[in-house]
Design a binder for this molecule. Structure first.
Ligand code: CA2
Length: 148
């Protein structure tokens, strides 16, 4: 099992500001935590973080035939990007969406996610642990992703 973990804009700044919303953990600490978990589970994992929508689209396209699953926190693009939604649909790789904060209990504009239309599951508000739950979700024997 080979999983690609994608993080969107500003997530490389984790731990620097807004610890009340996103916690005190840094981006390198997040990567290390996921790496350790994947090691234990025998999962091969790769990481990508970008502040640029098109680069995220390119990375998703490049994952075609290379990865068995995608864990994505599209950050602000969650709420705006039809391009990321379309890329995920195009490659057809089982995808789990993660948000560190609970997007449903924040501002109104955060409640809508384009990516959730293609995601097998959306995990929000579980902090960094949400990424580990997403890995577990991809490891579950699954039904094919349904068009929503
Ligand atoms: O809760 C999440 O994981 C989000 O995807 C994070 C995004 C936000 O736009 C989504 O609505 C929910 C923002 C990531 C910004 O990260 C920061 C890191 C350090 C300081 C400030 C923001």
């Amino acid at each position: 099992m080979k999983i690609l973990v994608i993080n969107g804009p500003n997530l490389n700044m984790l731990g620097i500001r807004e610890p009340d919303i996103y916690g005190k953990g840094t981006y390198p600490a997040l990567i290390e935590m996921i790496e350790d978990y994947c090691d234990k589970k025998g999962v091969e994992v790769d990481f990508f973080q970008s502040n640029h929508e098109g680069d995220i689209v390119d990375e998703i396209q490049d994952a075609y035939n290379e990865f068995d699953g995608i864990v994505i926190n599209p950050a602000a693009y969650t709420h705006t990007s039809v391009a990321i939604l379309d890329a995920l649909k195009a490659v057809g790789i089982p995808t789990v969406e993660v948000h560190i904060s609970d997007i449903n209990s924040r501002e109104e504009f955060r409640k809508h996610s384009y990516v959730s239309l293609v995601a097998k599951k959306t995990i929000a508000g579980h902090g960094f642990d949400g990424y580990l739950e997403a890995i577990d979700c991809l490891l579950e024997k699954d039904e094919p992703t349904e068009e929503k």
